[in-house]
Design a protein around this ligand. Sequence first.
Ligand SMILES: [Zn+2]
Length: 70
Amino acid sequence: MGEWECANCGHIHDGQEAPRVCPDCGAPKERFAFYPLDDQAPDEWDDEVYDLLLSLEEADNEQTGDPPDG
Ligand SMILES: [Zn+2]
Protein backbone atom coordinates (compact mmCIF):
# COMPACT_ATOMS: atom_id res chain seq x y z
CA MET A 1 0.00 0.00 0.00
CA GLY A 2 1.01 3.59 -0.32
CA GLU A 3 -0.20 7.02 -1.16
CA TRP A 4 0.09 9.46 -4.01
CA GLU A 5 0.93 13.11 -3.57
CA CYS A 6 0.03 15.69 -6.17
CA ALA A 7 3.19 17.63 -7.06
CA ASN A 8 1.00 20.57 -8.00
CA CYS A 9 -1.12 21.16 -4.87
CA GLY A 10 -0.01 18.47 -2.38
CA HIS A 11 -3.29 16.55 -2.46
CA ILE A 12 -2.92 13.05 -0.97
CA HIS A 13 -4.62 10.11 -2.65
CA ASP A 14 -4.62 6.74 -0.91
CA GLY A 15 -4.47 3.69 -3.13
CA GLN A 16 -2.31 1.61 -5.41
CA GLU A 17 -2.85 3.81 -8.45
CA ALA A 18 -2.97 7.54 -8.90
CA PRO A 19 -6.31 9.13 -9.80
CA ARG A 20 -6.85 10.08 -13.45
CA VAL A 21 -6.75 13.71 -12.46
CA CYS A 22 -6.24 15.52 -9.18
CA PRO A 23 -9.66 16.20 -7.59
CA ASP A 24 -8.30 19.42 -6.09
CA CYS A 25 -6.40 21.11 -8.92
CA GLY A 26 -7.09 18.94 -11.97
CA ALA A 27 -3.43 17.99 -12.54
CA PRO A 28 -2.95 14.81 -14.61
CA LYS A 29 -1.92 11.62 -12.81
CA GLU A 30 1.60 12.04 -14.22
CA ARG A 31 2.01 14.81 -11.64
CA PHE A 32 1.47 12.39 -8.74
CA ALA A 33 4.45 10.95 -6.87
CA PHE A 34 4.03 7.57 -5.15
CA TYR A 35 5.09 7.09 -1.55
CA PRO A 36 5.11 3.45 -0.39
CA LEU A 37 4.00 3.20 3.24
CA ASP A 38 4.31 -0.53 3.81
CA ASP A 39 7.79 -1.49 5.00
CA GLN A 40 7.05 -5.11 4.17
CA ALA A 41 6.40 -4.43 0.51
CA PRO A 42 8.07 -6.98 -1.78
CA ASP A 43 11.30 -5.93 -3.50
CA GLU A 44 9.82 -6.33 -6.97
CA TRP A 45 7.18 -3.74 -6.08
CA ASP A 46 9.90 -1.36 -4.86
CA ASP A 47 11.69 -1.65 -8.20
CA GLU A 48 8.51 -0.70 -10.02
CA VAL A 49 8.07 2.31 -7.77
CA TYR A 50 11.62 3.50 -8.35
CA ASP A 51 11.25 3.08 -12.11
CA LEU A 52 8.04 5.06 -11.97
CA LEU A 53 9.62 7.86 -9.94
CA LEU A 54 12.58 8.01 -12.31
CA SER A 55 10.28 8.22 -15.32
CA LEU A 56 8.34 10.99 -13.60
CA GLU A 57 11.54 12.98 -13.00
CA GLU A 58 12.57 12.54 -16.61
CA ALA A 59 9.16 13.70 -17.77
CA ASP A 60 9.52 16.76 -15.55
CA ASN A 61 12.89 17.59 -17.07
CA GLU A 62 11.50 17.29 -20.57
CA GLN A 63 8.69 19.69 -19.76
CA THR A 64 11.13 22.37 -18.64
CA GLY A 65 13.64 21.82 -21.45
CA ASP A 66 13.60 22.54 -25.13
CA PRO A 67 11.24 20.54 -27.33
CA PRO A 68 12.77 17.25 -28.53
CA ASP A 69 14.34 17.04 -31.94
CA GLY A 70 11.95 15.50 -34.21
ZN1 LIG B 1 -3.46 18.65 -7.19
